[in-house]
Design a protein around this ligand. Structure first.
Ligand code: BEZ
Length: 305
């Protein structure tokens, strides 16, 4: 059994049709059917139900599919890492969720560029869940996100936990009500959350914060991204809960208020491939902690090596 067989099998299993699978693989259908037959003969098992239309996997086929996917993902990971180790290319691709742009990300990237002038850095905005996929496929080398997602191929380090704050339209009665607001002060207001998709996202962290305190916002308005949420707040459409780094984004028509509960936080998580020990990644991680130190910022202790 060769890797080619796994790729062919996964395409047929996902397309549930030999013609579409052959198109996806850019090969003719007869050799594809022969390869699948050869695979079944080699393994001595039946992977697809005979004569089912659309094609259906047998129980054995479903078992094989799950493991074939894992093996293909590990192969992509091995390819990406070996290229790095061999320094065929001195590049680093960074994935980030949009809200980290308002935190330390720009300064981190600027400082890292100064430290590694020869390194070709590319930056890609993507959700945390897309970062996990992109890491495994070797499309990015490091991701900065906010969702705590477990994956055996991905190493996650929570760098710091950022307090959530409230964005209110300027002149809103809650702006002067008291020095800090509680989440229950907000339930009477329409709540603007972001990003609407893909989920889970920061929007779900905000909703979970209400839910965990048995609170329900009066009305929800889901929007694509943080800038839209702030724009709607400025228009008086509602209020929004945002990461505290948004303080830096000064606008005359929006007021920010702190929340009184220190547990209302959103993590900033650095994700890398589990087996990737590259010197560039180590340098990036060390530099981030150094920057936190230099700025006197609170951060979570780095995991022991
Ligand atoms: C931060 O704000 O701490 C941060 C943002 C992006 C990447 C790393 C750290």
């Amino acid at each position: 059994m060769e890797l080619r067989h796994l790729r062919y099998f996964v395409a047929v299993a996902e397309e549930r049709n030999f013609t579409r699978a052959a198109e996806r693989l850019h090969i003719a259908q007869p050799p594809l059917s022969r390869q699948i037959q050869q695979l079944e003969d080699d393994l001595g098992v039946q992977l697809f139900e005979r004569h089912s239309r659309p094609l259906k996997l047998t129980d054995t086929g479903r078992f094989f599919y799950t493991h074939a996917l894992q093996l293909l993902a590990q192969t992509a990971e091995l390819q990406a890492m070996t290229k790095r180790v061999g320094k065929i290319e001195h590049k680093m691709s960074v994935g980030f969720v949009g809200s980290t742009l308002y935190g330390m990300l720009p300064r981190i990237i600027r400082r890292f560029r100064q430290m590694h002038a020869d390194l070709e850095l590319s930056l890609h905005e993507m959700s945390t869940m897309d970062q996990i996929k992109a890491l495994k496929e070797g499309r990015i080398d490091v991701g900065f996100g906010r969702i705590r997602h477990e994956d055996p191929s991905v190493r996650r380090v929570v760098l710091r936990e950022e307090r959530m704050i409230v964005a209110l339209p300027v002149g809103h009665p809650l702006a002067d009500a008291k020095p800090e607001l509680a989440l229950h002060d907000l339930v009477g207001e329409p709540l603007i959350i972001f990003p609407k998709a893909p989920r889970p996202s920061f929007a779900d962290q905000v909703l979970a914060a209400f839910h965990d305190r048995a609170l329900k916002p009066r009305r929800l308005h889901e929007v694509r991204e943080l800038q839209i949420a702030l724009g709607l707040v400025a228009m008086g459409e509602g209020i929004s809960v945002v990461p505290s780094s948004v303080y830096g984004l000064k606008r005359g028509d929006v007021t920010y208020k702190e929340l009184d509960d220190p547990k209302l936080v959103s993590p900033i998580i650095m994700s890398t491939r589990m087996l990737d020990e590259s010197a560039d990644l180590r340098s990036l991680r060390d530099m981030i902690y150094q920057l936190y130190e230099d700025e006197g910022m609170a951060y979570l202790p780095p995991p022991k090596e």
